[in-house]
Write a protein that binds this ligand. Structure first.
Ligand code: TXA
Ligand code: MG
Length: 314
């Protein structure tokens, strides 16, 4: 059910869960100080309780309610990238609800770059918000994706299609070396260039699971099986129950199951989850994606590669 930002703020203050738009994907938001409301997010999503949530703020001074961490680089990064698709993992204050952090000693914080999200959070105070999909499903980038997963009873603010379409970069600043736990539109290269420091691309092995619980779960999966296209498949005849996604090649035939982005990787990222859901709506069995090239072609490629790789059927 579509609600105004004003109504959404009232509902959140009453302890309800509301889907809000952000520039990355829609989030399922609840008052970050209300344990029942946050518990309701986990129930609605079917989310494992050991996977923590990101707290979304609308003002920089709200950060101080969640962490005492003040690494030198934090405010430089905030200055440059907030509001925007960059989430910081920092040591948490004792007062932060354990249900939000899944019992970890760190908390994830981000200021989303969407006028409706910011207007709601200014009225309610910080909200805990995971992506507004059922656990394991593709993140929602349009209001109708949320209704598909949760039905029409869930209140949703219509903020239009998300402009980025992939989840934020998660940067862990709680350890000795800044570490990207999840790639997003803001890249390790950008952060390194700006601060002249080394940023780790991903934590290794066991440590990764300890620091980034989300990475242990299967994610972003449509019903159709996702595979990288081999060159043979790309020249075989096109099957009507398959979605074909190209980004460099231009196939000779056009049909509504053949999509081409012609080098526009930002458009590809913005459309990926919507294409996954379109394939499901049409009962397609397979999705073939042209393998992604060298990551330097576009800064969004590491994030695209990460999300597609995690949705590939094994
Ligand atoms: O763009 C986004 O980040 C979207 C929008 C709604 O803001 N949110 C989002 O939330 O993608 P979610 O819950 O789907 O993903 C949050 C990720 C998970 O991988 C989770 O494990 C990680 O952030 N995370 C949250 N708190 C953490 C913490 N304290 N330490 C390490 N990872 C954390
Ligand atoms: Mg998610």
């Amino acid at each position: 059910m579509i609600v105004s930002a004003q109504k959404a703020a009232e509902l959140i203050r009453e302890g309800q869960v509301v889907a809000i738009p952000t520039e990355t994907v829609y989030g399922l938001a609840a008052d970050a100080t209300n344990i029942q409301a946050v518990r309701h997010i986990f129930e609605l999503k079917g989310r494992p309780p050991d996977n923590p949530l990101i707290v979304h703020v609308a003002e920089i001074n709200q950060v101080a309610s969640f962490t005492d961490d003040r690494p030198d680089i934090l405010f430089k990064l905030i200055d440059r990238f907030w509001p925007g698709p960059l989430t910081f993992v920092l040591s948490k204050k004792a007062s932060v609800l354990d249900i939000i952090t899944a019992g970890l000693d760190t908390v994830a914080l981000r200021m989303p770059d969407h006028p409706k999200a910011l207007s709601v959070i200014k009225k309610t105070g910080p909200v805990a918000a995971p992506s507004a999909n059922r656990s394991g499903r593709p993140s929602p980038t349009r209001p109708e994706h949320i209704t598909l997963d949760f039905g029409d009873d869930l209140p949703v603010i219509d903020g239009g299609p998300c402009s980025i379409g992939l989840e934020s970069t998660v940067l862990d600043l709680s350890g000795y070396i800044p570490t990207i736990l999840r790639p997003g539109k803001i890249t390790a290269d950008q952060i390194e260039d700006m601060l002249d420091i080394k940023v780790l691309r991903e934590p290794a092995g066991e440590n990764q699971i300890r620091r980034s619980p989300g990475t242990r779960y299967s994610h972003y999966k449509p019903n159709a099986s996702v595979s990288w296209m081999s060159s043979i498949e790309s020249i075989r005849s096109y099957q009507p129950d398959t979605l074909y996604i190209f980004h460099t090649q231009s196939p000779k035939i056009t049909d509504d199951n053949i999509i081409t982005f012609e080098g526009n990787y930002l458009d590809f990222a913005k459309s990926l989850y919507d294409l996954y859901r379109t394939a499901d709506k049409r009962n397609y069995k397979k999705i073939f994606i042209e393998p992604l090239p060298d990551t330097t072609l576009s800064p969004i490629i590491p994030a695209l590669l990460n999300r597609i790789q995690r949705s590939v059927s094994h």
